[in-house]
Unconditional design. Structure first.
Length: 229
């Protein structure tokens, strides 16, 4: 996700409490489990903010394992929610759901540009979206949001665990997706487990830093921005 973080006053404490309660409720509904069957279609999802007031959410659907592009859609709208640190998914999710509704080919699993449970309250955008859609989801993020890890080896495919600094709980894996590039942070969202998230991420690498579903979602986001200008 290409995040826009506007400056402004501190958020309303009552709003923060309400959002925290909503995230806790979402978190109680998360399920970590392997996919029921090998996916035939895998989606990539990305959101960005063309202006401070607008959001663009993109879905691409690819055949798996060939990674052939099947469909691409977007939704562009007004940002529905103020920026509150740690609760960005509330700004993104409504528009992402609208984009998903436009798909003619429903995927078996969704790779989200963002975090799953590798989030301070274990409900990043991939987890949030998975519960809303009741779909298997996992997150592939470019930057760490929380947790500790040892740097994985320099070669493509090297892995290291991402763990909670206090409890030692496994909350994701750190993946070197290309030789000598900064790693990615992969974590399950909903109806997905860590092994599945890691395996699918590795299976979707085609020589770029980003796996194909989120790389193509990012590419088409830039193309769709030209249409809406």
């Amino acid at each position: 996700m290409a995040y826009y973080r506007p400056p402004g006053p501190a958020p309303d404490p009552a709003l923060v409490r309400s959002l925290t309660e909503q995230q806790q409720e979402l978190g109680q509904r998360l399920r970590a489990e392997p996919l029921a069957r090998e996916p035939h279609l895998i989606a990539g999802c990305d959101s960005s903010f063309p202006t401070p007031e607008t959001i663009l959410s993109v879905f691409v659907v690819l055949e798996f394992p060939s990674l052939t592009l099947v469909e691409k859609v977007y939704s562009h709208g007004v940002v529905p929610f103020p920026y509150v640190p740690g609760f960005l998914s509330f700004r993104e999710a409504p528009n992402v759901v609208q984009a998903f509704a436009k798909l003619e080919h429903k995927p078996d699993v969704i790779m989200v540009d963002g975090h799953g449970i590798a989030h301070p309250r274990r409900v990043g955008i991939a987890a949030h979206l998975g519960v809303l859609l009741d779909m298997p989801t996992f997150g592939v993020a470019k930057q760490k949001l929380t947790g500790t890890f040892a740097e994985p080896g320099p070669a493509r495919g090297s892995l290291s665990p991402l763990t909670d600094a206090k409890t030692g709980e496994l909350i994701g894996e750190v993946i070197r997706s290309k030789d000598n590039v900064l790693p990615l942070f992969v974590s399950p969202g909903h109806r997905c487990d860590q092994a599945t998230a890691t395996r699918l991420t590795l299976a979707c690498l085609k020589g770029y830093k980003l796996p194909e579903p989120t790389r193509l979602a990012d590419y088409w986001a830039e193309e769709f921005k030209k249409e809406i200008r």
